[in-house]
Write a protein of this length. Sequence first.
Length: 309
Amino acid sequence: MKEIKVFAPATVANVVCGFDVLGFAVNEPGDEVVMRLVDKPGVRLLKIIGDEGRLPLDSARNTVSASVQHYLKHLNREDVGVEIELHKKMPIGSGLGSSSASTVAGLYAINQLMGNLLSAKELVPFAMKGEELACGYGHADNVAPALMGGFVLVRSYDPLDLIALPTPSNLFAAIVYPEVEVPTKDARQMIRAKVLLKDAVTQWGNVAGLVSGLFLNDIDLVGRSMKDVLIEPVRSILIPGFEALRALAMENGAVGFGISGSGPSVFALVKDEATARKITDAQQKHLANLNINSNAYVSSVNAEGPRVI
């Protein structure tokens, strides 16, 4: 096989209380990569479609090509020639793991072309290099679920320890992306360096409750645990009408609501698709009244991760 086209999914990171340690993949949106092996050694990013010129074509600076370079260096195969086309199918800076989806699509593609030498979990450290390039910190709560599918817990970063979690049946995500800018680097700088012990205890209990709810197939327990006393109170001020969006979600049947990644996207977890669409419709109408354009996505949890298309 000399050429391949791969789709990789968007992700919801943090899942409210699990800052940098929890995330799950969704079926839409996502990004696509076309990759081919060529005779001339080196990794070249030929073109990017759909980014409005915002992303670098320099192979050392783009997350897709840079992570492929790390992968080939790990295999001692820097003699391999690779050409890449990136098709951005999801909004940049949405809080839905845009850079992660691109990076994961590229890594999955090169791994397939090289004979599927590494598992999805083994690809995560290379994807984290892409995240480090994108936002200054190589976190895994986007790239791990994008590669592995489903819910993933990052139990430890040093050493990296990833745990695939079960997904309750009939769980849907209602996602709304308000078209306002919240740069990831800026959102991270707002976070407090020190927290009160009582707040930390509350957060630990909620993370444990959320993980327990996933294992027990108890969506209501998942919802009760979706409370964040550390990050959300700070980041939510960057999202116009955040509390109103939360109220609309809960009034219309959500079990839990929060910020996706660093925002501005918000998400609700619900028990059926119809409720999810009712929530996104109400939230989009509210944002339109604020003269804010938005996109909505309703999806079950993506269990497969990237795929060849």
